[in-house]
Design a protein around this ligand. Sequence first.
Ligand code: NAP
Ligand code: MG
Length: 404
Amino acid sequence: MERIMMSVPLVEMDGDEMTRIIWALIKEKLILPFVELKSEYYDLGLENREKTHDEVTREAAYAALKHGVAVKCATITPNAQRVEEYHLSEMYPSPNATIRGIMDGTVFRAPILIDSIKPYVRTWKKPITIARHAYGDIYKAKEVVVYNDVKAELVITNREGDSGSQEIFTFNENGGIVMGMYNTFDSMKSFARSCFEYALSEKKDLWFSAKDTISKKYDHTFKDVFQEMYDAEYREKFHEAGITYFYTLIDDAVARVIRSEGGFIWALKNYDGDVMSDMLATAFGSLAMMTSVLVTPDGKFEYEAAHGTVTRHYYKHLKGEQTSTNSVATIFAWTGALRKRGELDGNTDLVEFAGALEKSCYNVIGSGAMTKDLALLSDLPEKKELGTEAFIDAVAEELTKILS
Ligand code: NAP
Ligand code: MG
C-alpha cells in the first residue's frame, strides 16, 4: 500500500503515563503504516519538561501557532505529590494552561457518539459541542470574608489617580462575603471570534447564553460583544453557510438543550462552561469518549482527548497487569488534526484517511469489540472486552480492510 504524503508538518506533543503508551501504539499501528507522517515532535512528558525547565511546552505552543495544526497527548499537571514522584525542581503550571495562554484560544469539547451507547437524554441524536470561555470571572476573582459590620465598595481608579466608587453592601455585625471579578474586551472578543470561526469551520449553529437580565452590565456586555461582532462580520457568512447564531438566557438555554436533538455549539462563560461540560460528558456516556480542540481567533487548531493520563491504569500496567484503556478520544485527536491539515493543504487523501480511521473505530465497537469502560455502558447483546493494545490492533485490522 502506498503511504499518503504530507506537505506541511503538524505539531505533535507527546505526554505522560497511560496516554503516552497509547500515543506510541497509535502512531506505530494506525498512522505510520498508512501516512508518511510529517510532524514536528515535542516531548511534553514530565521528565522532559523538568529537563528543559518547561521550555519545551512554550516551544510547542509557538510551533502550533506557526504551523496552525497540533495534536496533543494528555499530560500530568504537577501537584505536591507529583513533585516528589518525579523529583521536580518546581511545580510547573498545567501545560494546557501554558499553551492556552500563548495561543489565546477557546476550548471546544464534543462527545464521540456510538450507536450502542445511548445518551441519558433520549432526544439527543447528535453531539453537543461546548465552548468554554477559559479566562477571568471567578477564576481570577478577589474574595474577602468579613466578620463584622463593614461597608464593601467597588472602587475604580484611573491613571491620573481619580477614583469613583459605589457601595456594594453594608454588612451587619455578623459579616458575610464579598467578591470582585473582571473580564476584558480583548478576551471577550477573541472568545466570540473563536466561536464564530469554529461554527463556520464545523458548519454548526452557534448558541450563546448568559444571565443578562440580572447582570445588566457584566453579562450584558458579553451578549453585546457577540451580537456586535456577529452583525458586523459574520451574519452574511453564517447565512451563506446555512447556519445560525442566537443568544438566549442561560435558564432558557438549559431547557432548550435538554429538549434538542443536539448537533450545535453552545458557547458559555467560564464558570457555566466548567459546570456544563462535565454535565454533558456524563450525560453523553463517558469522559473517555470526549474530544477537545483549542481554536484561536485566527483559526489555528490544537486537538486532544478531554481525559487525563489515566494514572490508575498506568500503575497497573507498570505492575505488569493487563489494562483496558480506551484510546478512542486520543485516536480522534489524531484524526481531527490530520483532517484539518488535509483541509488546509488541499490534501484530500489525508482527509479521507482521517475519515477511514474514525470509521474503523465505529465499526470495531459496532461489532461488539471494545474496551472495558464502553462494555459497561453498551447495550449490544454480544460484547467482547479487549485490552488496550488489542483494541488498537482490531482498529488497525479494520483500517487495512477499509483502505484496500
Ligand atoms: P483521568 O486520567 O481522566 O482518569 C480518571 C478516571 O477516568 C480513570 O481512572 C478511569 O476510570 C477513567 N478514564 C479516563 N480516561 C479513560 C480512558 N481513556 N479509558 C478508560 N478509562 C478512562 O483523570 P485523573 O486520574 O484525575 O488524572 C490523571 C492525570 O491526568 C493527572 O496527573 C492530571 O493532572 C492529568 N490530566 C491531564 C489532562 C490533560 O492533559 N488534558 C486532563 C485531565 C487530567 P477507572 O480508573 O475507574 O477505570
Ligand atoms: Mg469542571
